[in-house]
Design a protein around this ligand. Structure first.
Ligand code: GDG
Length: 482
């Protein structure tokens, strides 16, 4: 363990998320070390956390680990312990095998199990207790994502003085689907403990408002359908006194786009990108996919589209390479094991039929790629394929745009990614319409250069002016005062 000092102060600004911004890594000799995992959320929130003596509550990523809180660059890190059984029931089970598929339109069948739900409740209670102990008087607590939807109400019960914001990073489903959940009313009431509930896109906010209106009979004041920011209020009756108002809004998350642009421009990344392109045979067209290995991401859709385009002779295997970087994810959940098998069979089939010796058409990795490789590929790919069946936002497409500093990449983007609402000039497609996906890919490759550049210019304007700092600020600015 590193020699960080245990701390014991109250935080005026608190982030609560399933995972900490730093992972506890255990080496082969049994020694442990904290490794920072600098994602977009961390980058956006770190300066705010630092300036407010902030704290971050989350699980360190290892079962049964119980490290003491410590200070990391001015932010208090507060680990929450999860036993191996809790990881299985709360995280892999209820979060990733019940809520994740249900909220992504039931792409795979959600599993409903009472024992998973019981553990979900217990773990949410623990997170809420730690937050209640940590938050300073009248502080701000920002709760994140589907793993912790009961925390707002539990926390409000213990600490009515704090202001609670909740942000959902995945889609919120329509009423007709959400109502399958045996514990639907408990989840709604958990979320309604917040002062502000944020979603990526207005459609999600509207789904939630309609649900509370229909199931809980709460009065809803709706903003404009096209709203970004404040979309409306839900009036929640109280046992005593006047009702509480919960603000609901759409806040499309983004990336640290300036940093991506800057880093992608460096000579090192430029050279590295050229080198990577050479390594895959310097094809006339390099297409790229970057995803967690998840059935929501539509990896199979793009493989099928490429397969058919090769069969029809619209893509030439001598001139085309597709690089798919697929980070391992949730490998103990059955649906993920099955997906991996299907993807790998498809890759093998395409290469078996169309590759030549030493020259695969599909270059597939089931590994977490180093960040420099990611940037190098983003910068040098001709076409980026982002074809989710459903995605809250999708940051990969924004990263590709920000890193396309030469202004000449083409983005193929599913209409069902939250990002499609902002990235209008992408080559958009319906991932359920295979002919449409194939046509979008061919347009992205064959359109005149001027058309491709025009589209990318508009995408870059959008992504570079709407970064993750703007997202965090708009959410926090919308959090009502008590
Ligand atoms: C959830 C929602 C929403 C991926 N492979 C590698 C790697 N990555 C990085 C990407 C990107 C991140 O992982 C993936 O972010 P996404 O947004 O695309 O997807 P989810 O993980 O599903 O995120 C999503 C998001 O929350 C935020 O609210 O947008 O809709 O599902 O940053 O770059 N990074 C490295 N190597 C890899 O191999 N270094």
């Amino acid at each position: 363990m590193t020699g960080q000092e245990p701390l014991n102060k109250k935080a005026k600004f608190l982030v609560v998320a399933n995972r900490l911004p730093t992972d506890l890594v255990t080496h082969e000799d049994g020694t442990q070390e904290w490794k920072r995992s600098p994602g977009g959320l961390v980058t956006a929130l770190e300066p705010i956390l630092r300036s407010h003596h902030g704290a971050w509550i989350g699980w360190p990523g290892v079962a049964d680990a119980e490290p003491e809180p410590f200070d990391q660059d001015g932010v208090t890190i507060i680990p929450v312990k999860l036993s191996a059984e809790e990881v299985e029931n709360y995280y892999e089970g209820f979060s990733n095998d019940t809520l994740w598929p249900l909220y992504h339109n039931g792409i795979v069948e959600p599993q409903y199990r009472e024992d998973w739900w019981e553990t979900y409740k217990e773990v949410n209670q623990r997170f809420a207790e730690v937050a209640a102990e940590t938050a300073a008087e009248n502080g701000v607590v920002w709760v994140n994502d589907y793993q912790l939807q009961l925390v707002p109400a539990l926390l409000r019960e213990m600490r009515p003085d704090v202001r609670i914001g909740f942000f959902l990073h995945i889609p919120f489903p329509p009423l007709e689907l959400f109502e399958q959940l045996p514990w639907r009313d408990e989840i709604i009431d958990g979320l309604l403990g917040s002062d502000l509930i944020g979603f990526h896109v207005p459609g999600n906010a509207i789904n939630f408002q309609r649900l509370t209106n229909v199931r809980r009979k709460h009065r809803v004041t709706r903003g404009k359908m096209s709203c970004v920011g404040h979309c409306g209020h839900i009036e929640v009756p109280q046992k005593e006194g006047s009702p509480r108002f919960v603000k609901v809004g759409a806040f499309p998350i983004s990336i640290d786009s300036g940093a991506f642009d800057e880093q992608a421009k460096t000579d090192e990344i430029k050279k590295h990108g050229v080198e990577l392109r050479k390594r895959v045979g310097d094809p006339a067209t390099l297409a790229l996919g970057v995803d967690r290995m998840d059935y929501t991401k539509g990896i199979e859709v793009r493989l099928e589209a490429i397969y058919q385009l090769l069969q029809e002779g619209r893509l030439d295997p001598e001139k085309f390479v597709f690089v798919q970087l697929a980070t391992p994810s949730r490998e103990r959940v059955d649906a993920y094991k099955e997906l991996r098998k299907r993807v790998e069979e498809k890759v093998a089939r395409i290469n078996g039929e169309y590759a030549s010796v030493g020259r695969p058409v599909i270059s597939y990795l089931h590994q977490s790629a180093p960040f420099e490789d990611l940037l190098g590929f983003y910068r040098n790919a001709d076409v980026m394929l982002v074809t989710p069946l459903k995605d809250g936002m999708n940051l990969v497409c924004k990263e590709f745009v920000a890193a396309s500093t030469d202004g000449n990449g083409s983005l193929v983007l599913s209409e069902f990614a939250g990002a499609a609402r902002e990235l209008r000039t992408a080559y958009q497609c319906n991932p359920y319409d295979i002919e449409g996906v194939k046509d979008a890919i061919m347009h992205a490759i064959e359109d005149p250069e001027e058309e491709r550049r025009r589209r990318m210019r508009a995408l870059r304007r959008q992504v570079l002016t709407h970064d993750v700092n703007r997202w965090a600020k708009s959410f926090l600015d919308a959090l009502p005062e008590h």
